[in-house]
Design a protein around this ligand. Structure first.
Ligand code: ZN
Length: 299
């Protein structure tokens, strides 16, 4: 996860977590029969909510959950981009999806909408396999998610843009859109500095420096992937990347020239001390951090 924030960060981040847009005509949606009166289908809907990932649920079960008070929905925005020679390109999306799922369960009365799997990753395009959206595309996708989720009946929509390149555009989009929907809470955990502090605090407890922990495919992100997808992590290729301090000068270089100007293997940090056990602890800390941020921002 890498940040393009203007802050001077002690540690760059990529915790770093699109969609085939379904172009449904609004007219077609409005012409559908009133589904709320279909007693037979309603009777078949599960009485208790057993799952929170909506892509694993049917519409009657989603409707039933919303009527039972599941009025909050969380959405992770990830990325599909190079993560060094040892981690898969889905790293941010996989981590984001996991965190959104844990947040939905722990927050309670919350469902999870499908994770947006591609983000803004221009600075990684020199590495094969990276997919990148334009800022405007991510903005439009976010707006279409919001429109769809409001139609479903959600009252609180929470975005988790867990890839650094996504933070600025999500922050700006949510600010713009909130005024158009005064009856809906639209929240984004978009303070990348706080997120980095959360990870740094965890690394320090393990005796790992912030530079080793890194912001992109370093120790922390690699540990999390070892906990989630151990078969996709290639330990034989663990090697340090850029491990010096990263400040505004370095971020400017990455924005203008791409991340390869700083690191030839695509890593910011050093994955060699990574372990699945540490990954679980990072996941717990991040889940708690995200829940606290959501609660603080809620009315
Ligand atoms: Zn990442």
């Amino acid at each position: 996860m890498k940040s393009e924030s203007s802050h001077t960060l002690r540690k760059p981040i990529c915790l770093s977590v699109v969609i085939g847009l379904c172009l449904c005509a609004r007219g077609a949606l409005r012409s559908q029969p009133n589904i709320s009166n279909d007693g037979e289908i309603q009777a078949k809907a599960a009485e208790s909510v057993k799952r929170v990932r909506m892509e694993e649920m049917t519409w009657p079960d989603i409707k039933s959950a919303i009527e039972q008070g599941y009025r909050t929905v969380v959405i992770a925005i990830g990325s599909t981009e190079q993560h060094g020679p040892h981690l898969p390109t889905m790293t941010d999306s996989r981590i984001g999806d996991e965190l959104a799922h844990r947040v939905a369960i722990k927050l309670g009365h919350t469902l999870q909408a499908r994770t947006i799997p591609v983000g803004c990753s221009r600075h990684h395009l020199a590495f094969p396999g990276t997919l990148s959206l334009r800022d405007e595309t991510l903005k439009m996708i976010s707006l279409d998610y919001i429109d769809s989720l409001i139609r479903s009946g959600f009252k609180r929509i929470v975005f988790l843009p867990l890839h650094g390149g996504n933070f600025p555009i999500v922050q700006q989009t949510l600010k713009e859109v909130q005024t158009a929907h005064p009856g809906i809470e639209i929240i984004g955990v978009t303070d990348v500095t706080k997120l980095l502090d959360c990870l740094s605090a965890g690394s320090a407890e393990f005796g790992i420096t912030a530079n080793e922990s890194g912001s992109h495919a370093g120790e922390s992100e690699t540990s999390i992937m070892m906990a989630l997808e151990k078969d996709l992590v290639i330990k034989e290729r663990f090697a340090p990347g850029y491990v010096d301090l990263t400040g505004e000068k370095e971020f400017k270089t990455m924005r203008e020239q791409g991340i390869q100007a700083l690191t030839k293997n695509g890593v910011l940090g050093d994955p060699r001390k990574a372990s699945a056990d540490k990954g679980e602890i990072y996941l717990d800390r991040l889940t708690e951090f995200l829940i606290q941020e959501i609660k603080q921002q809620s009315h």
